[in-house]
Design a protein around this ligand. Sequence first.
Ligand code: NAP
Length: 549
Amino acid sequence: MTNATKTPELDAVVLGAGFSGLYMLYRMRELLGMSVQVYEAGDGVGGTWYWNRYPGARCDSESYMYCFSFDKQLMQEWEWTGKYPEQPEILKYLNHVADRFDLRRNIQFNTRVTAAHYDEANNLWHVETDKGDKVTARYFITGIGCLSSGQIPDIKGRDTFEGDAYHTGSWPHEGVDFTGKRVGIIGTGSSGVQAIPVIAKQAGHLYVFQRTPQYTIPARHGTVDKAFLDDVKSRYDEIWEKARWSAGGLPVEPSEQSALAVNDEERRAVYEKAWEEGGFKFLYGTFGDIAVDRRANDTASEFIRSKIREIVKDPETAEKLVPTDHPFSSKRPLIDTDYFDTYNRENVTLVDIRHSPIEEITPKGIKTEDEEYELDIIVFATGFDAMTGTYNRIDIRGRGGERLKDKWADGPKAYLGLASAGFPNMFMITGPGSPSVLSNMPVSIEQHVEWTSDLLEYSRERDIATIEADAEAEAEWVAHVNDIAQATLFPLADSWYLGANIPGKPRVFMPYAGGVNLYREKCIEVASEGYTGFVLERGKATAEAAGVR
Ligand code: NAP
């Protein structure tokens, strides 16, 4: 890219108009008075909630915590209707936020950033889009989400299918009518487990192609209780503070008891209660060692297995649904509505593709080793090239023209998941190496946006022109992220956390598993010590006058 100019046209280019991009824009424009251009690929705000419109899509965090906390009035005025927020409601909320804070005027929709190159001579970023825009900015900030590049497996004959095919992560806005249709769905992760019960109610027949059985806990979804919400609103500050200093970004009371410290009867009673109450409490609120101690975990895993056998009437189908090859919560924990019950329906067939793998997709449907299933519609609930996929699709180049993609070829390298050495003045909101996907996202997003904008303010006050992660600090952080993951049960599953779902992707645990609380503490410490682990360089003119570099 050419056209180097000495002064950037903008203070910042921000990618994405989801939770991250919207708040970054608000913060930089309203609090720092900076000029910001947001580019968004969709034709509206919402990020992940703009794209993931599949039937049953909703968030697993309770609605009162799946929102922004930066504006007290906004928190008081918004009325959630569902216990868990459904996709249309979250999208409505984010549209409301965009309107309320007049954010759209700095967002260019239907525009994808294709390249961002750092210009060392002028200390600015050249950014290009697929619409032909070419702009320069001091800061390049990504709010591109962790799960934004959909993955459709390269199954033989994939493009020969004559029916309709959809990926859950880029669902048609007008919806899909499954009435009376023969539908095949591949994938039983969060998206599949939510979509399957809803599609089953409409479809003529639904075939679920399952590779790995899943542990899933009932959500016990319903409308949100008004009295509960009123109480939350009267204590919102206290509740959010608790979430900010919790491990998962939720105001839950984590259990400190070991699952091995109680007898079988007591343990079963604890699990039963959590199962009845539903949601993530089963993971956080039952016993404190489920996610780290294999023997403790076995008790939870076995309890869920017993529930599957209890719910699913056909013993053969039940056995196919029972997970045995990984411990509970080593893959992303799931919560569902009527998932296992759905297999009691006459119009639902479970196809175990672990034992009879898909050989090919044919013009008529899906052919496994044993049988060909004729279908009108195929739904790919097959996940995402998580955490790094979207970065790799943008031509990002730092010092000396180094490509981020090349630097990350063996796994992502970022200090605090916020910045990468060799890429000055580039910041990642919930980048790899931060708690992100292991937490309630809005809590982590707000922390990243606020921390980054504080750093920008600090730099402006001191005439610091270049902010760059130090390579040594980055290497130490990446090693630390890995060490923490090794102390958990996460490495025992083939999950997207590890890149295991993408053929050829390096097997590296990408998010920070130490908890939102410890991570926040570290970020505060870094800032209070003058941003240790970052190299801060002053602007040329000031530096020359002061005789420093
Ligand atoms: P996912 O968790 O990666 O699940 C993908 C599913 O597709 C898995 O069952 C996987 O099987 C299967 N699959 C992938 N490639 C396959 C192949 N070649 N052949 C057969 N099966 C294949 O993706 P997701 O369900 O879209 O969820 C991704 C993440 O998004 C979630 O973990 C969560 O963080 C987020 N999400 C959240 C919500 C929510 O808040 N409720 C909803 C949706 C998504 P294997 O397990 O064998 O790999």
